[in-house]
Design a protein. Structure first.
Lengths: 446, 341
């Protein structure tokens, strides 16, 4: 049996030691316990004990056990009460959120995935981050068409029926916006992992290999690039490398076992594994085969990485290896000392995750984390790390090594080469500070 | 006991490549049909940096100014310098030297706001984007000559062409040669190809690593609530509850509702792209609409206006038909506006 620890019951209240003000702890550490400080200690402890009385002192029984709860004494609801199931009402906090002031309009904007509250490697479709360029649309699939033209022997048109009749593949891949963590280039700017890293998801995508469609259209073997174009108001376009197109790109209609959500491009989107999300063109209506890059709006005005010499890196596409601890993370609070399972995500656009290490001393020393399989190429990998918190200030970091041997850099290393104004492709090591009160904050080290 | 959790034991997963199978039945290659010329013409609207795809046409700075004030200024400002709805397109900080070198020097200055004309290297991009996606609330509604005229006006705002300039498919390449940041892009980096060479690689040090561990940046206390009460953004049970960043008793749900219509309806149907509760945005404010139709039992009229669009009641800026709004949402919005509260 477990010890009947005072804060075992769901940790609704902090342990007594966490009731001490940080200033008092620091004062005692520096100057020892004098009479005045002893009095403050007694007071804090008394407050803590009073707060717990009636809750779960060691000798008392848990009322949620001895008083049989109401849900054990009723007839439950019928099947299909919610024909399309919904999360528990107790999970209402776990939603996509906007970062206030990030964008001036709600249509060309972002809603971030609550990474701090998701498990494993699949992002629930309803929590998948949103990034639109001119709002989202809900397209009638019976009226949607995919056209393939350009350097092909015959321009073709496909209906959804035809696409869904073709041989399909299902692959799990991460999807990360090139601007994920963009707010953190200059300084710690946003409080939680939802806002620092929440333009990231992992899904199973189902559709037709793009290579098969290109073969069907008889693409010119001299072709080097594709243009992918959406059917929404923005008709957003991006240039795709033929290398990616013929390797593992998918023209997808399925996500996590159902059709794509409208916010994810229903009924058809491009999946370009390992490449930034903006290239995964949603509401895909056309693919043009060509022999030069297209310099689309999101390849010249946006999604270019400004370097310190004033040059802009164009067609930056690959998402290099990156990892982040999702719990404990910024904005969360540890309620007592003791065991915690640090958990997080790692991924690489160039292959698979080979190793994840965790540091609890701001990067001075590293130990290997446990990988929670499966490990898939260009997909989120979950890692766990056993940690016993002793109540002292702690700097948490994670670092990934991918299958090419690439190691995730510290922020200072990245900034020394790229400066801090490139907006895109910030894959730096993230630091969370656990302070003595258990509160976790987003910080940067130097 | 189970030993699944043994450190370092990874699940081995076989993933088949998506390479072309050569043994698909021939009938597979009969799916899909040839596109007609008219179909390709209707959708193949992209313009490349070498201007392949650019339709014939012409438009003057003068014509562009008229169109600009009618269709673009409301979001971008009369001179393309507004920061209200979108980032500025032009701020007048391009120098003759930039035009000469094709490199905008002020891109190196952190104090200078980056504008579209400072960043963009290819004029085709501007033509293509305006043609496919502008105006914001009525994409693809511009005639070819109108796109030329608007591009000409924008170029004139950046002092790249003169006030009497007429842009056409015949002279656009000459203007390209004057684009201030035409030489400002590089593809010399490792992020274009999956096999590209990384420019920055981290250290594999595991002990006594030489890293700075001083906290040099953190979010100050006064800013902790800028994203709302963090306590309400995680599970309120479990090992990692959220920090209370708002005064006790003040939760998200306790905030004053801005209106009696669910804000989500207004947002999801795109209304808030052009309208807000107070103050003109692209279209009139909801409050102004309410005031105008107060006590007139105007719900049905307003439903029609939302569904079919309109122009002239509130000025020359047209409201596009919002045919996609579902009947129940339409009724809710119309009833709310007509009720005037």
């Amino acid at each position: 049996m477990h010890d009947s620890n005072a804060n075992h019951r769901g940790h609704i209240r902090p342990a007594p030691e966490s009731f001490l003000e940080p200033e008092l702890v620091a004062d005692i550490s520096a100057n020892g316990v004098n009479e005045q400080r002893r009095g403050l200690l007694r007071g804090a402890l008394a407050t803590a004990v009073a707060a717990m009385s009636g809750a779960a002192l060691a000798s008392e029984s848990d009322p949620d056990i001895v008083n049989i709860p109401e849900w054990s004494r009723i007839l439950g609801k019928s099947v299909a009460t919610n024909p399309y199931g919904l999360p528990s009402k107790y999970e209402a906090n776990i939603i996509r959120r906007q970062s206030p002031g990030l964008t001036q309009t709600d249509q060309a904007s972002v809603a971030f995935t609550p990474l701090q509250s998701t498990f494993g490697m699949i992002t629930p479709s309803g929590l998948h981050f949103e990034r639109h360029h001119q709002g989202w649309v809900d397209i009638d699939p019976r009226r949607h068409r995919l056209m393939i033209n350009g350097l092909v022997s015959k321009p073709l048109v496909f209906t959804m029926e035809e696409l869904m009749r073709m041989p399909s593949v299902s692959r799990m891949h991460f999807l990360e916006c090139g601007a994920n963590t963009a707010l953190e280039w200059g300084n710690s700017a946003v409080p939680t992992v939802q806002y620092t890293h929440g333009m990231l998801s992992g899904s199973e995508w189902t559709g037709v290999p793009l290579s098969l469609l290109l073969e069907r259209a008889g693409f010119d073997k001299s072709a080097k690039f594709l243009l992918a174009e959406g059917a929404d108001g923005s008709s957003m376009t991006r240039t795709i490398n033929m290398e990616n197109a013929l390797d593992d790109a998918i023209v997808a209609y399925g996500q996590n076992g159902e059709m794509l959500r409208p916010e994810q491009g229903y009924p058809l989107r491009l999946v370009v594994p390992g490449v930034q999300g903006v290239s995964w063109v949603k509401w895909l209506r056309r693919i043009e085969v060509g022999d030069m890059p297209y310099a689309a709006k999101d390849e010249t005005s946006h999604y270019v990485d400004l370097m310190p010499d004033g040059l802009q890196r164009q067609y930056t596409s690959i998402q290099e290896a990156k990892s982040v601890i999702t719990s404990p993370s910024g904005g969360q609070k540890l309620m007592s000392n003791g065991y915690y399972c640090i958990t997080g995500l790692a991924w690489s656009g160039r292959g698979s995750v080979k190793k994840v290490e965790v540091s609890v001393d701001g990067g001075r020393s590293w130990r290997e984390a446990r990988i929670e399989g499966p490990v898939l190429p260009k997909m989120i990998t979950r890692f766990n790390f056993d940690w016993v918190w002793d109540g002292s200030e702690t700097l948490l970091q994670s670092r990934v090594t991918d299958s090419t041997g690439y190691i995730q850099p510290q922020r200072s290393e990245l900034v020394s080469v790229r400066g801090s104004r490139s907006i895109y492709h910030n894959n730096a090591i993230q630091t969370w500070r656990v302070n003595q009160s258990g509160e976790v904050e987003n910080v940067q080290l130097g | 006991m189970f030993s699944l959790a043994k450190r370092g034991v990874l699940a081995l997963v076989f993933v088949s490549p998506l390479s072309l199978a050569t043994d698909y039945p021939e009938a597979l290659y009969q799916l899909g049909r040839p596109a007609t010329e008219a179909e390709v013409a209707a959708w193949d609207i992209d313009v490349r940096p070498d201007f392949k795809g650019l339709p014939e046409g012409a438009g003057s700075v003068e014509e562009g100014e008229v169109l600009w004030l009618e269709k673009c200024a409301v979001c971008h400002g009369d001179f393309g310098d507004s920061n209200e709805v979108f980032s500025p397109l032009v701020l007048g900080n391009i120098t003759p030297e930039d035009m000469e070198t094709g490199r905008v020097a002020s891109l190196q200055d952190p104090a200078v706001v980056r504008t579209t004309l400072m960043k963009v290297s290819s004029l085709s991009t501007i033509w293509d984007y305006i043609n496919r996606a502008m105006p914001w609330n009525a994409p693809k509604s511009l005639e070819t000559d109108e796109v030329y005229a608007l591009v000409a006006y924008l170029l004139q705002l950046g002092y790249i062409v003169d006030e009497d300039f007429v842009l056409s498919n015949n002279n656009i390449e000459e203007v390209q040669a004057m684009m201030p940041n035409r030489n400002g892009m590089t593809t010399d980096h490792g992020l274009w190809s999956v096999n590209g060479e990384p420019d920055v690689v981290g250290s594999d040090c595991t002990d006594n690593c030489d890293v700075g561990t001083e906290v040099v940046s953190f979010i100050p206390d006064y800013a902790m609530n800028a994203h709302g009460n963090l306590k309400d953004q995680v599970r309120d049970y479990g090992p990692f509850p959220g920090i209370q960043t708002a005064p006790e008793g003040e939760s998200e749900t306790a905030q004053e509702p801005v209106s009696s219509v669910p804000e989500s309806i207004l947002v999801s149907n795109g209304c808030t792209g052009c309208h807000q509760v107070e103050g003109q945005l692209v279209g009139p404010s909801f409050s102004d609409i309410m005031a105008k139709y107060a006590g007139q039992d105007a719900a049905e009229y307003l439903k029609g206006k939302i569904k079919n669009g309109g122009q002239g009641v509130w000025g020359s800026m047209a409201m596009p038909p919002m045919a996609q709004v579902e009947e129940t949402s339409l009724q809710t919005i119309a009833d709310w506006l007509a009720a005037g509260n």
